[in-house]
Design a protein around this ligand. Structure first.
Ligand code: ACO
Length: 328
């Protein structure tokens, strides 16, 4: 049976950095409050005039370059995002054109919030295994700065912009590549993290804008609880499915929402924090971009070695959550 492997990773990071101190000039917050509660010190914010597909294309180009693959041979592009360039067409089709990927290949977006990248990885893995596509780009990209209420200190300090990408290809080596993926959702929690207006339920109007209903609304405490519980359970499921134990894991690439959430997952799964790659301090929460961005940094820093066992896990709006086990 054909297996599937990640053959390249890349990221796209906006140049502009906004520190906690800078934020504390516009909202009633402080560097110490944000660092203590979240671990976040700064985040990158995309400059006006650019959109999700610009960042995503940069990440995709870097992933192709690192894999030594001509973008023209990419036959499938999957973009996980809740901040697309526009409601339609998909951000993936913009990326296809900008990247110079194969016209006539497949390109689509998926909506699973912070779990979007791992959902995309699962779909891309299935495409490759059944031989439907041979060069699949899975991208997580967010420009959350465009849907954040910058006067709401409860949310604006948490998020950042960015993109991460991986390139998938067939692989025959037994026991290597994507070992398993695990996807979950619970629609009973649709209102703990969401953007109420701008869709078919509350189409954009002067009233929805005046009431700030195009911005992210969040029940932070509930999200926190659910994230620790479900990311931990999903990570354990990934280990169990492969007959592995916590001591077999070299790196956990967890969704970078908040250092305390990651610490909670570490404790529940029984994998020490030294085996979690962390970059939430420099990026904030970039939703679907966070896992592939962290993975790309870990690869670039040569922390991940051939044969290492990696666990990915993430949870976000939906609630939707997911995990994956990968043998590098
Ligand atoms: N600066 C200073 N004070 C603040 C800030 C801020 N940025 N934000 C809230 N506060 C205040 C509140 O107003 C409140 O004040 P009060 O006691 O006078 O009413 C106090 O701090 C405590 O507020 P809580 O919301 O109860 O603080 P909590 O300890 O729950 O921390 C936080 C809030 C950091 C958002 C936490 O709930 C959390 O991490 N939740 C997870 C949210 C998350 O990561 N969301 C990302 C999207 S989902 C995902 O990616 C998994």
């Amino acid at each position: 049976m054909i297996g599937c492997r990640i053959i390249g990773t890349g990221r796209g990071v906006p140049a502009r950095v906004v520190t906690n101190d800078e934020l504390s000039k516009t909202v009633d917050t402080s560097d110490s409050w944000i660092v203590e509660r979240t671990g976040i010190r700064e985040r990158h914010i995309l400059e006006p005039g650019l959109a999700a597909s610009d960042l995503a294309t940069e990440a995709a180009r870097n992933a192709c370059r690192n894999a030594g693959v001509d973008p023209a041979t990419v036959d499938c592009i999957i973009v996980g995002t809740v901040t697309p360039d526009c409601p339609f067409p998909s951000t993936a089709t913009f990326v296809q054109r900008k990247l110079g990927a194969a016209a006539g290949g497949c390109a689509f977006d998926l909506s699973a919030a912070c779990a979007g990248f791992i959902y995309g990885l699962s779909i891309g893995d299935a495409f490759v295994r059944r031989g439907q596509f041979k060069r699949v780009l899975v991208i997580g990209v967010e420009v959350l700065s465009r849907i954040i209420d910058w006067t709401d200190r409860g949310t604006c300090v948490l998020f950042g912009d960015g993109a991460g990408a991986v390139l998938l290809a067939p692989d025959d080596a037994p026991g290597r590549g994507i070992l398993s993926t695990h996807l979950y959702a619970d629609g009973n929690f649709t209102d703990v993290l969401y953007q109420p207006a701008g869709g078919s339920r509350e189409p954009p109007s002067a009233a929805t804008v005046a009431e700030k209903r195009h911005f992210v609304k969040m029940n932070g405490r509930e999200v926190y609880k659910q994230a620790v519980r479900n990311m931990a359970a999903a990570s354990k499921a990934a280990l169990d499915a492969n007959g592995l134990s916590p001591s077999d894991v070299n790196w956990v690439i967890a969704h970078q929402a908040n250092i305390r959430i990651i610490e909670g997952v570490s404790e529940r799964v029984g994998i020490g924090m030294e085996r979690f790659y962390i970059n939430v301090d420099r990026y904030g929460n970039t939703s679907s971009a966070s896992v592939p961005t962290a993975l790309d940094e870990a690869i670039e820093m040569k922390k991940v070695k051939e044969g290492d066992l990696l666990i990915f896990s993430a949870l976000g709006g939906g609630l939707a959550w997911a995990s994956a086990a990968v043998r590098w």
